[in-house]
Design a protein around this ligand. Structure first.
Ligand SMILES: [Zn+2]
Length: 796
């Protein structure tokens, strides 16, 4: 028998200890207390204490504040040398209650200094798998210098401001402290060399097209940007090491982008001078695109093809303005095809637009702008109405990267225009993902440098919902619990709550696991109605503000009315996995209440008991009582299962003492099934049971995770049944990412899988091996190329 009650363990242990103490040989180890960690203890012991800035409800508090930075920028792209030169004026609003004596600015381009921390801390590659292209990148990266040259930092009067460059940041010392509520203005001139994607990859790059000798620029992290100053960390001080993305303040932008006169520019914001930069024909097509239900070409594929051979010596300046954005990016090339459509998003008219070279066709004109509009529709439903006037998807050298109103996406078809299924869905998915980032983190402005999961995880979750509304059976990679099982089983893991730079298995940790956890929270723990209300409330509360993890955890509980501390603790703070087993089932039936009937049943049961081996062999032996019958007496006749007079008297006395309503419960026919569960994976999760009865009837029982609240390793559950249960299955709909299904059924069932017979293979001789090796290399390369196209530098 298992001792279930911890109290009885205590009693037993106490007795042992007492006797040991008398023996004067005290041993603390003998005191075995119930030592399980309480997986339901509240999170407040690790979450920050709520305050006037961030409340216990997860909402911004009455004292919430955030800084603001407005930018006016002139930038020019030198197409001959792939250099960027800029001049910016920053208006910085100190909305904090603090006086600031210095400001910090981020210089992300310094990631590409040859001696940057990112370069120094990069660990050795694996030479076993080195390809020519890898060697090229490795050597080019070592010699490339893309760091920013800071030409000048001056105040509003044009006087030099003392400044100190600290790796990827710059401190500007103010002549006068900046008081709470005050504003300061300063300007920076800078320049840097843009990395070429075939040499040094990144979130920003230019791509060289050899056939037509043209460049396509995707420009991001390109201007000195204010580092955030907030109530949680003061000045941001996590340097840019490459993985952890960006932490930024909101503000308004006016940007004048000067490029070769035959370039087309796609940018964050709204074009302010269409009459200066667009042809009458393009403006006319835009007008048509404002009242159509299908995307319209503003620059057609043929026109873009013709532009490829143009070589204008002039420049043209495109002026863009953007309000309330946390960043600004643009793309420029003479190769761009451009399609557009004005799309209504819950009453907000939004220009959905795509820019891509002919190399993106025919995929891009078919899917890109549709994917943008679909993303805005579905994300708005689950969060808030898309607030910006523009949403753009650009094809270029960057595999997948997001900025306010604009994102860069890599997938392209083959040169002959055909494409694989993987490329098609890779393209639609990456556009949904990157456009979706407008919501997280461009508007719900979480700190990516600290927590990759806060934007990638939430965004991947809504990406999954959006993909599933694209078409029936959309091949989503992430979101379904069963797809996370391999990762949950793996050993080289860290909790989701780990800093962006220290993550292992980046994509699974920061994208797939939080997305799946949210999907499980929605489908299995809270249900769609409660979850959707709470998730929308979190997004609404933190729209254009900067949430921290605690604000998400608290908001979801506050708005759903459900304590989820155990869920956040298990899924976000540990590497536990789900593996719950049915360990055993016992069935109890009550006696009938009729002494003779019970006696008959007991005798029948005894008769059913198997005869032991010795009993069977002994049966043949000659017995002494057969030779001397006088040795037999009363007890040789008496059956102890017989009902005696005394039994009847006692039973009658028992009945006499029963209250009337107690008597009703005698001889009930219910069966009492006690099912023993064992939590082998560590995660406490609900028990979802499919119960099948002898008659063929089935029933589903959903038991909340709190059943584990007193013992998170073993629990037993009573099931009342009116008829025999023939089968019990745990997690029948694969909702909990249980990593071992072989222990999920009672009675146990064999694990079924099909295998194929193979022919004996002879070892190859060296000449054959050489042939084989060449084939393998070719296959490997194709695979890699495909992956490259689909993901570029990976989704970000
Ligand atoms: Zn992403």
């Amino acid at each position: 028998m298992q001792i279930r009650n911890p109290a009885s363990v205590f009693v037993a242990a106490a007795v042992i200890v007492a006797s040991v103490a008398i023996a004067a040989d005290h041993d603390d180890d003998a005191i075995e207390k119930f030592d399980q960690i309480d997986k339901f203890r509240q999170l407040e012991e690790i979450l920050p204490t709520p305050n006037a800035y961030r409340t216990a409800s997860g909402a911004p508090g009455h004292g919430y504040w955030q800084q603001r930075a407005d930018y006016e920028i002139d930038v020019e792209i030198d197409d001959d040398n792939q250099r960027l030169t800029g001049h910016e004026t920053i208006h910085y609003f100190n909305n904090s209650p603090d006086t600031l004596r210095y400001l910090w600015v981020q210089l992300d381009a310094n990631l590409y200094a040859p001696d940057s921390d990112a370069a120094l801390i990069s660990t050795a590659p694996r030479f076993e798998k080195m390809r020519p292209r890898d060697i090229k990148r490795l050597l080019k990266r070592a010699e490339f210098d893309g760091s920013a040259t800071i030409e000048r930092v001056v105040d509003a009067d044009g006087d030099d401001l003392p400044h100190t460059i600290v790796k990827t940041m710059m401190r500007i010392d103010l002549p006068e402290p900046l008081a709470a509520g005050a504003t300061t203005t300063f300007s920076i001139d800078w320049s840097y060399t843009i990395n070429r994607s075939d040499e040094v990859r990144g979130r920003t790059a230019c791509e060289y097209f050899e056939d037509d000798d043209n460049f396509l620029y995707e420009i991001a992290q390109w201007f000195p940007r204010m580092a955030p100053y907030n109530d949680v960390r003061g000045w941001h001080n996590k340097q840019f090491l490459g993985r952890g993305e960006f932490s930024l303040e909101f503000g308004n932008y006016l940007v004048r982008i000067t490029v070769p006169a035959d370039h087309v520019v796609a940018s964050t914001g709204v074009l302010q001078n269409p009459d200066d930069v667009l042809t009458p024909r393009q403006r006319e097509r835009l007008e048509i695109a404002s009242r159509t239900d299908k995307p319209v070409f503003i620059v057609t594929p043929d026109e873009a093809k013709m532009n490829e051979s143009s070589r204008s010596g002039d420049t043209r300046t495109w002026v863009y303005a953007a309000e309330n954005v946390r960043d600004f990016a643009f793309a420029t090339s003479r190769k761009f095809i451009w399609d557009a459509m004005l799309h209504d998003v819950e009453g907000n008219p939004v220009w959905a637009m795509s820019y891509y070279p002919n190399e993106g066709e025919p995929l891009w004109s078919r899917y890109s702008t549709h994917a943008i509009m679909h993303t805005l529709d579905v994300y708005s439903k689950y969060t808030f109405t898309y607030p910006y006037p523009v949403a753009i998807s650009v094809n270029g050298p960057v595999g997948g990267m997001e900025y306010p109103m604009i994102c860069f996406n890599g997938p392209r078809p083959e040169e002959d225009g055909t494409y694989s299924k993987r490329t098609k869905y890779g393209l639609i998915s990456v556009i949904i993902h990157e456009v979706g980032h407008n919501y997280f983190p461009m508007i719900v402005n979480s700190d990516e440098r600290q927590w990759t999961w806060m934007d990638e995880g939430l965004n991947t979750f809504v990406q999954y919902l959006t993909e599933q509304e694209w078409e029936e059976e959309y091949p989503s990679r992430r979101g379904e619990p069963r797809n996370i099982v391999g990762y949950m089983r793996s050993t080289n893991q860290v909790p989701i709550m780990t800093n962006s730079e220290s993550l292992l298995q980046f994509g699974s940790n920061a994208y797939a696991k939080p997305a799946t956890a949210l999907n499980i929270l929605r489908e299995t723990i809270l249900g769609r109605e409660l979850f959707d209300f709470a998730f929308k409330e979190y997004a609404r509360r933190w729209q254009f503000k900067a949430p921290m993890p605690a604000d998400l955890f608290r908001s979801m509980e506050d708005a759903s009315g459900i304590d989820l501390d155990w869920f956040w603790r298990g899924w976000f703070y540990t590497t536990d996995h789900t593996d719950i087993a049915i360990e055993g089932v016992k069935v109890y039936e009550m006696k009938t209440g009729d002494l003779d009937e019970d006696s008959a049943i007991s005798k029948a049961e005894r008769d059913d008991e198997p005869e032991s081996l010795s009993e069977r062999r002994n049966r043949a032996l000659a017995k002494r009582t057969e030779r001397f019958p006088e040795l037999l007496d009363f007890y040789n006749e008496f059956d102890e299962l017989d009902v005696t007079k005394d039994d009847r008297r006692r039973f009658q006395r028992f009945l006499d003492r029963l209250e009337d309503d107690d008597a009703e419960y005698l001889g009930r026919e219910e069966r009492f099934y006690v099912v023993d569960f064992r939590n082998k994976g560590g995660l406490v999760m609900p028990l979802i049971l499919a119960i099948e009865y002898e008659s063929g009837r089935t029933e589903e029982l959903r038991i909340p995770a709190e059943i584990w609240r007193k013992d998170n390793e073993r629990v037993s559950k009573l099931l009342l049944a009116n008829e025999p249960i023939v089968r019990i299955e745990l997690d029948p709909h694969l909702e909990t990412a249980d990593i071992d299904l072989s222990n999920n059924t009672w009675p146990p069932e064999p694990v079924e899988s099909r295998f194929r017979l193979y022919k004996d293979r002879k070892d190859k001789n060296p000449m054959q091996e050489l042939e084989q090796k060449l084939e393998d290399d070719v296959a490997l390369d194709d695979e890699d190329e495909e992956e490259q196209k689909r993901k570029g530098d990976g989704w970000r």
